[in-house]
Every structure is written in C-alpha cells, then in structure tokens.
Design a protein around this ligand. Structure first.
Ligand SMILES: Nc1nc2c(ncn2[C@@H]2O[C@H](COP(=O)(O)OP(=O)(O)O)[C@@H](O)[C@H]2O)c(=O)[nH]1
Ligand SMILES: [Mg+2]
Length: 227
C-alpha cells in the first residue's frame, strides 16, 4: 500500500513538472491556451467550430483534440477552417501533460495566437490534471440538468470560466437557471459564467470577447494564475 502511494505521488509530481514546463513554453510564446472540459455532448467541439468560424480571420488558432478513439472532432474543426491535431488516448480518461508536450512537436506554437485543448469528455479525470493552460474552461449544457456543479464539484471549483451551452433548449427541459447559478456560485464565486447557444449564436459575443481579452493578456506576457 505504502509503495503504491509513493508511486502515485511520483506520477503526480512528474505530471506537475511537465505542466509547469508547458505553462512556461506557452507564456514565452505569448499564446492563449485554454483547456476545455465537460461531459460528452455538452458542446465543446461545437463551441470551437463557432469560435473558429467567427475569429479565424482575426486570430491564428489551432485545436488539440483529445478522444478515446476516432478523429471525428478533429475533422469537424478542420472543416470549420483551422488546424486540429488529434490525440487518441486509447481508453485514457483525460489528456496528460506528456501528450500535450509531444503534440507540440507537430506544429509551430509561435505561429499561433490561441491554442484550444478539447479534453476527453468527462467531468472527473480531466479536472485533476494541469496541462499548463492559461485558462480552464468548463462547459455544461441545459439538457444535462442543473445539478452537475454539485455532482462534479472539483471541475466547477477549479474552473476559470464556466460556459452554459444550449440555452435554446431551456424551455424544453426542466433546467433551473437559478438552481444552476446557486450551485456554481457556492463552489466558484468569481469565475465568469457565459450563457450561450452554439445552435442559435445567442451569447456567443460574450464568449468571443472573453477569448480576445485572454489572448491580449497572454500576448502581453502576463503570467497565468492557476487555482
Ligand atoms: N440544441 C443545441 N444543440 C447543440 C448546441 N451545441 C451543440 N449542440 C449539439 O450537441 C451535440 C454534441 O455536441 P458536440 O459539440 O459534439 O459536444 P462535445 O462532445 O462536448 O464536443 C451535437 O449534436 C451538437 O449539434 C446548442 O447550443 N443547442
Ligand atoms: Mg467533442
């Protein structure tokens, strides 16, 4: 047992060391790096497609896609007009700092303004692993129910920004905005909360403003402030 705990501690320390290296690399390159996490189907890829369509002319963007299997999301991103690099975790429930470091060999970070990382769809494991990102974005969506923050408190507590997607479906669900907001604020009083619909485009401007502001901060060399 003690041996297993010592090994787990060594693995975590190695992961944190690689994440710190990544954070330094991203800061030196002046690139805004965002790590997106959510349950499967909340709309991570949809949000990235809409962001690509609206911001690609102004900002140089790319996506690292993390999936158990297939490159379906990477194909969607490329169709939306920006490069995507697929990592298949082959069963792994989250992306690791080592996988991100290896992926950096596949493109020129210095030629980017914004790098999005779409983590594996899962609200548990990805929340435990720092990837050196400047901001951690957690998505929820109305059909999932309003109780997800209290069921997955670590993800919502550590989020730098929370996106509530699929607000076009509010009337078709029993999702309570007030209950959701209460749960979120109980765990995370200060993170921006952006309500939007990738389907109708409502609320997307606030998200795009957030991305632009974070990109400016990253380009100015401001260090990240991890939770
Ligand atoms: N009604 C509605 N459907 C959406 C919205 N955003 C995404 N979807 C749909 O939700 C499903 C899952 O979206 P996807 O982007 O693949 O989620 P991911 O697994 O988090 O990457 C797809 O069928 C999308 O078309 C939205 O704002 N409203
Ligand atoms: Mg996806």
């Amino acid at each position: 047992m003690a041996k297993r705990i010592r090994l787990a501690k060594r693995v975590v320390a190695e992961s944190d060391r690689l994440a710190a290296r990544l954070a330094e690399t991203f800061q030196q390159a002046g690139v805004f790096v965002a790590n997106l996490m959510s349950s499967p189907g909340s709309g991570k890829t949809s949000l990235l497609e809409e962001t690509a369509r609206r911001l690609a002319p102004q900002l140089r963007m790319a996506v690292i896609e993390g999936d158990l299997a297939t490159d379906r999301d990477a194909q969607r991103i490329r169709k939306a007009g920006i490069p995507a690099y697929q990592i298949n975790t082959g069963g792994g429930c989250h992306l690791s700092a080592r996988q991100i470091l290896d992926a950096l060999d596949r493109f020129d970070l210095a030629a980017l303004d914004v790098l999005f990382i779409e983590n594996v769809g899962n609200l548990i494991c990805p929340a435990e692993f720092d990837l050196g990102e400047r901001r951690r974005i957690v998505l929820a969506s109305t059909p999932e129910g309003d109780d997800k923050p209290i069921k997955y408190p670590v993800a919502f507590n550590k989020a730098d920004c929370i996106v509530l997607n699929k607000i076009d479906l509010l009337a078709a669900t029993n999702f309570s905005r007030d209950a959701f907001l209460g749960f979120v604020r109980g765990l995370n009083p200060a993170a921006p909360l952006i309500e939007l619909s990738c389907r109708t485009g409502e609320g997307l401007d606030a998200w795009l403003d957030y991305v632009r502001a974070e990109r400016r901060a990253a380009a100015s060399g401001a260090p990240r402030t991890p939770k």
